[in-house]
Design a protein around this ligand. Structure first.
Ligand code: THU
Length: 161
């Protein structure tokens, strides 16, 4: 028997002023997407922007449904939109931002477990890391340098074949 330690390193930006100009643009695109979220039930609006290796950007937001489990998160809308557009592309960065109509989201809103698993699929497929930035409507921005930092012990297709 032995203990195993998996460590993750995150970068915390105190505000968007500390981001590069291209990262600021991506955050803005995620905010624009967030403002168009369809979240009448939770009133929790999430936007995501995905930067691909050819410089193109795809965005998405959460789409809720009266049958609650039929809704979908912003991250998966954005990632699947990008990957369905051109499966040869690699994902470089994903920005996620959340804002609520009920209470101020003043700390980083981390992607849910299902979205982490969806992102992991593409990081493994493309064999290069995806940087994931997440934030609220104000306050700090967190960068995870790889999905493995958010999802250690992830399930991947090496189990299947
Ligand atoms: N949501 C996202 O879009 N992304 C996440 O990573 C967490 C949750 C959405 C789903 C639902 O529409 C609302 O936020 C509240 O859970």
């Amino acid at each position: 028997m032995h203990d195993q330690n998996i460590s993750s390193k995150f970068t915390v930006y105190e505000s968007s002023d500390e981001l590069s100009s291209s990262e600021k643009e991506l955050l803005l695109k995620a905010v624009e997407a967030r403002n168009k979220a369809y979240a009448p039930y939770s009133e929790f609006n999430v936007g995501a922007a995905v930067l691909l290796d050819d410089g193109s950007v795809f965005t998405g937001n959460n789409q809720e449904n009266a049958a609650y489990p039929s809704g979908i998160c912003a991250e998966r809308v954005a990632v699947w939109s990008a990957m369905s557009h051109d499966p040869r592309r690699k994902i470089k960065k994903i920005f996620v931002t959340a804002a609520s109509d009920i209470k101020e989201v003043d700390r980083p809103a981390a992607p849910c477990g299902s979205c982490r698993q969806a992102i992991a699929e593409y990081e493994i497929k493309q064999e290069s890391k995806i940087e994931i930035f997440f934030t609220g409507e104000k306050g700090a921005i967190v960068k995870a340098p790889s999905i493995r930092d958010l999802l250690p012990w992830l399930f991947d297709n090496s189990m299947l074949k």
